[in-house]
Design a protein around this ligand. Structure first.
Ligand SMILES: *Cc1c(COP(=O)(O)O)cnc(C)c1O
Length: 455
């Protein structure tokens, strides 16, 4: 066979025409969302004031294996997809490993990450329903940026609640969103009840993702013609992100490559769930086996130290309850944590798969993540996002293990985005000011004590 190219691109005709719904192949389905008041499973009509109709249908469907990607979305995907699957020849050589390393790079669009794959789908369904606009929260800003791009494409209004510390520390992200026409409000704000309460109780607070979610939901349900959209965690988001895995699988199949190991970083679980989807499907159907690895920060270790339980998705406790690996909705990573992936919970789909033993998880301290990021940038050229660098770190570790054992494993990892807006974190690392804080068992016990009691 001819040498595998550095970058495997697909032709337009090879691009996926349907998203793959991993839940269809799961024997143990992910647990349903529960009403926070009654603890009963949420039906479509209960979710309708908050989410778009078609997205609710996707959220609740555990059985349909494929959802056709509407032509308008496929047209938008063509602007930045297929994303390349890169053979990391340079990295392999530098490491001196017999392992073969591939990465799927999702940073080749202006928003700089995979989040656009779901943002465009969510904006499309909102437009199709005749809505005026959508609301959302953003922490570091990638999701808000992706959604702003998607909304401007479909001419929808976009209201973003941005965690106040990020709003102040990341003015460039904010301006990208405004360039695409979004309105960006620092959270907590005085535009909502939840926000006003937070400001009263904690004057001067820098805000949190959980609070920004509560604000965005409040605005959606109280504004005519608006719904709330979310960039990770939900089943619908993993469905849209399956485009990453489907492209990866087609590209590998084209060259007869079968991976041994698939690695992805895990915040809310959407890129990992998308990357592994078709491979996990084969594993669930007993057709193939893969070593699937989730990588999370040691400072926010939902899988490796969390509990599998129903929990609140937001601090205001207005959202449905989700069963997931969680650290408790009150958990906030240490202030020096700069690597992203700071959500307290995890996708219900991935949580169930992890609990059933279909995948494993490791946690890594942030200084080692930035070491891996810098090494990767110098060797492969791409400046990676700190989030993505969690996967890089473990891919390098695994390749070095192969060097010791002589195993020629094929490793695929997800390179979810670029790090251009994370230079303050890189600066801290370069100046030797970055430290690792790993929460103690007592820290975790405190936030886990706030889990709701479900009979
Ligand atoms: C948001 C984000 C992540 C983490 O989110 P998931 O839902 O776990 O995928 C990872 N990498 C980048 C670049 C991101 O923007």
């Amino acid at each position: 066979m001819s040498k595998i190219p550095y970058k495997i691109y697909l032709n337009e005709s090879e691009m996926p025409t349907a998203w793959y719904n991993l839940r269809a192949d799961m024997k143990n389905k992910p647990a349903p969302l529960l009403n926070p008041g009654t603890h009963q499973p949420m039906a479509a009509e209960d979710l309708a004031p908050v989410f778009c109709e078609e997205l609710i249908r996707q959220e609740l469907d555990n059985d349909t294996p494929f959802f056709e990607i509407p032509q308008e979305i496929r047209d938008f995907y063509k602007m930045y997809r297929p994303s390349p699957l890169v053979r990391a020849y340079c990295l392999e050589e530098k490491l001196g490993t017999p392992a073969k390393i591939y990465y799927k790079f999702e940073g080749n669009n202006t928003s700089g990450s995979h989040k656009l794959n779901s943002a465009i789908a969510q904006a499309y369904y909102a437009k199709k329903q005749g809505l005026k606009g959508v609301t959302t929260e953003t922490g570091a800003g990638q999701w808000g940026t992706a959604l702003s791009m998607a909304c401007s494409y479909f001419d929808l209004d976009c209201k973003v609640y941005m965690v106040k510390v990020s709003y102040e520390q990341k003015p460039f992200r904010r301006e990208v969103m405004r360039t695409y026409g979004a309105s960006v409000t620092p959270s907590p704000s005085d535009t909502t009840n939840v926000g006003r309460q937070m400001l009263e109780r904690f004057p001067g607070t820098g805000g949190s993702l959980g609070c920004a979610i509560s604000e965005a939901v409040e605005v959606a349900v109280t504004s005519e013609g608006y719904r709330y959209v979310l960039g990770s965690v939900l089943n619908q988001v993993l469905l849209h992100q399956s485009v990453i895995g489907l492209e990866t699988k087609t590209a590998l199949d084209k060259y007869g490559i079968k991976p041994d190991m698939i690695i992805g970083c895990a915040g809310g679980g959407s890129n990992l769930g998308g990357l592994i989807a078709p491979f996990m499907g084969e594993k669930l159907r007993g057709e193939a086996d893969y070593d699937i690895v989730a990588v999370e920060p040691a400072s926010c270790p939902s899988f490796t130290r969390g509990k599998y339980a129903y929990d609140f998705c937001d601090t205001g406790m207005v959202c449905p309850l989700a069963k997931m690996y969680t650290l408790g909705s009150g958990f906030i990573p240490a202030p020096n944590h700069a690597g992203g992936l700071r959500y307290h919970g995890m996708s219900s789909i991935l949580s169930q798969l992890y609990d059933d033993g279909y995948m494993r998880a490791v946690s890594v301290p942030q200084t080692e993540v930035f070491e891996a990021a810098e090494k990767f940038a110098r060797i492969e050229g791409i400046l990676p996002a700190p989030e993505s660098s969690h996967a890089i770190k473990v891919a390098i570790d695994e390749a070095l293990k192969c060097k010791e054992t002589g195993e020629e494993k094929t490793i695929v990892f997800g390179l979810t985005g670029t790090g251009y807006f994370d230079m303050v974190a890189y600066e801290k690392f370069h100046d030797g000011k970055m430290t690792d804080y790993i929460p103690t068992d007592e820290d975790l016990a405190k936030s886990l004590a706030t889990l709701p009691v479900i009979d």
